[in-house]
Design a protein around this ligand. Sequence first.
Ligand code: PDD
Length: 278
Amino acid sequence: RIVYLNGAFLPENEAHISIFDRGFLFGDGIYEVTAVLDGKLVDSDLHMTRLKRSVREIGGELPISTDEIVAIERKLIAENALNEGVVYLQYTRGAEDRDFLYSEDLPPTLLLFTQQKTIAHAASAEKGIRVKTVPDQRWARRDIKSICLLPQVMAKRTAKAEGCGEAWMLDGDYVTEGASSTAYVMTRDGRIITRGNSQVTLPGCTRLAILDLAREADLKIEERPFTLEEAMDAQEIFLTSASNFIAPIVEVDGQAIGTGEPGPVYRRLRQLYIEHAR
Ligand code: PDD
């Protein structure tokens, strides 16, 4: 694979980062994951807008423009002949001798690489995903796409141990979001409910696009927190993320949801999203 690191395109085994990188020592960095379908970036503008926001919120500055970043992403897609998968971007504060405080002129580290992944025809899109709930043990600024993902790594491990493909994080009775996805329920009377954006969750790019498509399709949407009880009683539930687009959830904590099969509203939205992505 050819990767991008601080201005250079290199084979992955020639790309090296300092042991003093603040991303490594402090988790002082942010990231983005953008899907690639048919060799094209999906919802690239939304991801670039969120990237700029995350960098601004941690008091950083991108070393190049987002137009230049998109050009790098396209070059990586071409160089690696990537048809379907993701482009991963990581921005860290840079490398210098360890200290909580950093030099104001420290050049950041910017890394991008591609990963192959089946998304449009993923098995989970047909089979559905089982979810395990866990307490949301993350920090209070979940709107920043921080590289500090230990709570999510632990949540996914717990989920996997119970045969589940995603963890839903709970704040008391309320579902905040998935460990790496936005959470939705559809009530028995057809209302799609997902949390509004705030510091409590990551503002999903796929979420924005899906809600637009759902509105165009005249589906009813309520942006508000929902409880685990509402999820258990839902007609359908699903998740969205760049790496899954939209996927059906068929079971929560061992209990089947709705019919226990991927539902028609999910199928409709998935089709609309794939058309939008193409
Ligand atoms: N995760 N919520 C969390 C906590 C996430 O980590 C993600 C994405 C989302 C969905 O956001 P988007 O639709 O913009 O991908 C919601 C990425 C895919 C990851 O960490 O790999």
